[in-house]
Design a protein around this ligand. Structure first.
Ligand code: HEC
Length: 166
């Protein structure tokens, strides 16, 4: 599998471990086992590694997963919070949902130009809700590249929030 290959490469070329594949991998450290066990109940625990958040952001994200049914003790959730906020620390309190983001979000969080954000919104309107980066492939490559460069800031919510709001 792709993930396995990425791990092997990371091991062999340890000098480059921090670039490229690093985001798909949960680094060995205190709290990792708990994170894999509890956050791997519904989706791959690696899903947590797809975004980077502030500590309050992670706290909120963990609460969201608890509300969805993640089961664990307070101590375990504390260990997960420590682990994620140490190893997946970013600047945002909340990842940007590509299915409900408006033009201003796209410009401020992803650094798109006004006409680029308009193109994304137009594409979303015709292409329907996105479920992953792969669904954005039809966008202008320049826009796509900008979004890919910030992929640790985005998520693709499956919820109907976007519909019910408007
Ligand atoms: C009870 C099932 C369940 C467990 C356990 C669970 N998650 Fe999730 N997780 C989900 C679902 C469902 C989604 C998709 C939510 C959506 O599309 O709106 C999700 C999505 C995510 C996402 C993508 C962003 C988002 O908010 O949709 C991240 C990050 C995440 N989970 C992290 C975690 C972490 C960290 C843990 C461990 C504390 C965890 N998950 C445990 C059900 C779970």
């Amino acid at each position: 599998m792709k993930t396995t290959a990425a791990c092997l490469v990371t091991l062999c070329v340890s000098g480059f471990a921090r670039t490229g594949f690093a985001q798909d991998v949960l680094p060995e450290a205190s709290g990792r086992d708990t994170t894999v066990r509890i956050c791997g109940q519904c989706h791959e625990a690696q899903k947590a590694a797809s975004i980077k958040l502030t500590r309050p952001g992670w706290s909120e994200e963990i609460d969201k997963m608890k509300a969805l049914g993640a089961a664990g003790t307070d101590q375990e959730f504390q260990a997960i919070l420590e682990y994620l906020s140490a190893h997946f620390q970013g600047e945002l309190d909340r990842a940007l949902d590509m299915n409900s983001a408006d033009a201003i979000d796209l410009e401020s969080v992803l650094g798109l130009l006004r006409r680029e954000s308009a193109a994304v919104l137009q594409y979303r309107g015709t292409r329907g809700p996105f479920s992953s980066l792969a669904d954005l492939k039809g966008l202008d490559p320049v826009i796509l590249k900008k979004i890919e460069a910030k992929k640790d800031r985005i998520v693709f919510f499956a919820t109907k929030k976007a519909d019910s709001k408007k």
